[in-house]
Design a protein around this ligand. Structure first.
Ligand code: ZN
Length: 285
């Protein structure tokens, strides 16, 4: 039985922000997978991304937080200073590994914009002791900014608290630069990544249309829809009620070709729109 219950419908809120959809066309209607916009500013996608970021941060089981700042006397703009911070951190990771003879440094970095519009870089680390003074002298040399904080964190709860405190609604973006990034093996437990749909060019097309408007127009034309467990929306043309009907149509067509009409075209109980869109000879139940 492929008809889906209320529970599965609840699990997938319809992605109304979608401007792109994957679509499979059928005679009874369409199957549509709205693709989320993934913008931080989106009411639907923003909180999901924030949630995913926090989960990733926790999955690295960090034991330290490092904050590096940039001297506002250097660089021409906050954007330029943001880039300087990024470069400094890149060099610093190499120096740390060399200095302490570590093969890897596991970290996750995210950007904060201070009230004055300046960048700070917050870095969650999973590593052994690094002396604050050593870090300070390195950053003084690299970007003229000796102001560095490094703190021990006891558990993932503290790490999450730290991230939520500095990330706020979203990690800051300067220009088009990254809001956050991490070393390759930062996550110890792989966080559940949302399943990406696989695009099959034989059965699917990509459509660009505002999903909210598409849905509105279709409902007003009498289409109905339901959501499958994997988030696809099944849209039925007016009068079509079930996906199984496709299979029935095929069976009936085969039977008709073989035996001729088995029953009257319009049964007494046929709905008004039955047969209008799918030229099936049988009355709908
Ligand atoms: Zn969105």
């Amino acid at each position: 039985m492929a008809t889906l219950g209320l529970a599965s419908r609840k699990r997938h809120a319809t992605v109304l922000c979608s401007e792109y959809q994957l679509v499979k066309h059928h005679s009874a209607g369409d199957e549509i997978l709205p693709l989320p916009c993934n913008r931080w500013s989106c009411d639907y996608c923003g909180p999901r991304r924030r949630h995913a970021l926090i989960r990733q941060a926790a999955a690295g089981q960090p034991n330290k937080v490092l904050t590096i700042t940039v001297n506002t006397a250097v660089g021409q703009s906050p954007l330029e200073r943001r880039q300087m911070l990024h470069n400094a951190w890149k060099i610093l990771t190499k120096r740390i590994m060399r200095q302490f003879k570590w093969k890897k440094l596991h970290y996750m970095a995210f950007v904060e914009k201070t009230k004055r519009g300046e960048p700070h870089l917050h870095i969650l680390l999973r590593c052994e002791y690094i002396p604050q003074q050593w870090l300070s002298s390195q950053l003084k040399e690299l970007i003229g900014s000796p102001i560095v904080w490094i703190e021990q964190i006891k558990n993932t709860g503290q790490a999450v608290h730290y991230v939520t405190k500095y990330v706020g609604k979203e990690p800051a973006q300067f220009g088009t630069l990254k809001r956050y990034w991490m070393s390759r093996d930062y996550e110890l437990e792989k966080t559940e990544v949302e399943r990406q749909p696989v695009f099959d060019r034989n059965t699917m097309v990509i459509q660009r249309e505002r999903y909210r408007e598409l849905a509105h127009a279709r409902y007003s034309q009498g289409w109905t829809s339901e959501t499958t467990e994997d988030g696809w929306q099944r849209w039925y043309r007016p009068g079509q009620r079930s996906w199984e009907r496709l299979a029935n149509d095929a069976r009936e067509a085969a039977a008709l070709a073989r035996d001729g009409p088995a029953q009257p075209l319009m049964g007494a109980s046929a709905p008004v729109a039955a047969g209008r869109f799918a030229p099936s000879p049988s009355a709908e139940r």
